[in-house]
Design a protein around this ligand. Structure first.
Ligand code: B12
Length: 210
C-alpha cells in the first residue's frame, strides 16, 4: 500500500516531504508506475484547488516543479534501453497548449520501452507534425493536451494529416488530463490512452512487437 500522505504532501506543495516519500516508496519496492499515479492524483488535487480559487498560477508552477523532480527520481526505475528499434513515433503537445509534464513522462517511458520517439515539444502547429512525420516516416503520432482548447488543436492536426495524404499510414493516439474517448471521436483519432502504460500498449498494437 502506498503511503496516502504522498498525494496529500504533493497537493500541499511540500517539496522535500513529497520527494522523501517518493524515495521511501521506491526503497520499499513499490512499483514506480504506482508511485507516479499517486503523484498524478496529487496534481489533480492541485488542479481542483486552483479551480476553487485556493491556488493560483504560482502554485501550479510549483506543483509542476515538484512533480518533475519526483519523476526524475523514478526515471531510472523504469529501466529499459533506448532505440531498440521497435518503431518510430512522433509526439507533441498540440497548438495552444503548453503543458508538458505528462507528455515528457509518456515520451520517456516509450523510449525506455524501445521506441524511437521524436518529441516536438509544446504548442506544436499542425504543419510541424506533418513535416516531421514525412521526414521520419513514423507510423504513429502521439498527441497530448490538457486544456479544452486542445480539442481543436488535435482535430486540426488530424485534418492536416488528411490533407497531406498521411492519414492512411499514420495511427494517431491522444491523451492528457481532459482527453477521453469522446475527444478521440471529435478529433478523429484512432485511440485514447489514459497513461504511459496504455501508450506503450497502443504502440505495440499499432507497430507490432512486445
Ligand atoms: C502543472 C499545471 C500547469 C503548469 C504546466 C507546467 C508544465 N510544464 O507542464 C502551468 C503553470 C504552466 C500551467 C498553465 C496553465 N494551466 Co494548467 N495545470 C497544471 C496541473 C495542476 C497539472 C498538470 C500535470 O502536469 N499533471 C500531471 C501529469 C503527469 O498528468 P497528465 O498531463 O494528465 O499526463 C498523464 C496522462 O494524462 C497521460 N498522457 C498525457 N499525454 C498523453 C498523450 C498520449 C498519447 C497518451 C496515450 C497518454 C498521455 O500520461 C501522463 C502520465 O500519467 C493541471 C491540473 C490537472 N487536473 O491536470 C492544470 C490544468 C491542466 N491547467 C489549467 C489551466 C486553466 C491552465 C492555464 C490556462 C492557466 C492560466 N490562466 O494561464 C495555463 C495554460 C496555458 C496554455 N496555453 O497551455 C486547467 C485546464 C482546464 C481546462 N479544462 O481547460 C487545469 C485542469 C487546472 C484546473 N483544474 O483548472 N498549468
Amino acid at each position: 500500500m502506498i503511503d496516502s500522505q504522498l498525494m496529500q504532501k504533493l497537493a500541499d506543495l511540500k517539496e522535500e516531504e513529497t520527494l522523501n516519500l517518493v524515495r521511501k516508496e521506491l526503497a520499499k519496492g513499490t512499483a514506480p508506475m504506482a508511485i507516479l499515479e499517486t503523484c498524478r492524483e496529487g496534481m489533480i488535487l492541485v488542479g481542483s484547488r486552483y479551480e476553487a480559487g485556493e491556488y493560483f498560477l504560482p502554485e501550479l508552477i510549483m506543483a509542476g516543479e515538484i512533480f518533475k523532480q519526483a519523476s526524475e527520481i523514478l526515471q531510472p526505475a523504469f529501466g529499459g534501453s533506448e532505440a531498440e528499434g521497435k518503431g518510430k513515433v512522433v509526439f507533441g503537445t498540440v497548438r495552444g497548449d503548453v503543458h508538458d509534464i505528462g507528455k515528457n513522462l509518456v515520451v520517456s517511458i516509450l523510449r525506455a520501452a524501445g521506441y524511437d520517439v521524436h518529441d516536438l515539444g509544446v504548442d506544436v502547429p499542425p504543419e510541424q507534425f506533418v513535416t516531421r512525420l514525412r521526414e521520419t516516416g513514423a507510423a504513429v503520432l502521439g498527441l497530448s493536451g490538457l486544456i479544452t482548447t486542445a480539442y481543436d488543436g488535435m482535430k486540426d492536426t488530424i485534418e492536416a494529416l488528411v490533407k497531406a495524404g498521411l492519414r492512411d499510414r499514420v495511427k494517431v493516439m491522444i491523451g492528457g488530463g481532459v482527453m477521453d474517448e469522446s475527444v478521440q471521436v471529435y478529433a478523429g483519432a484512432d485511440a485514447f490512452g489514459r497513461d504511459p502504460t496504455e501508450a506503450v500498449r497502443l504502440c505495440q498494437q499499432f507497430l507490432g512487437g512486445n
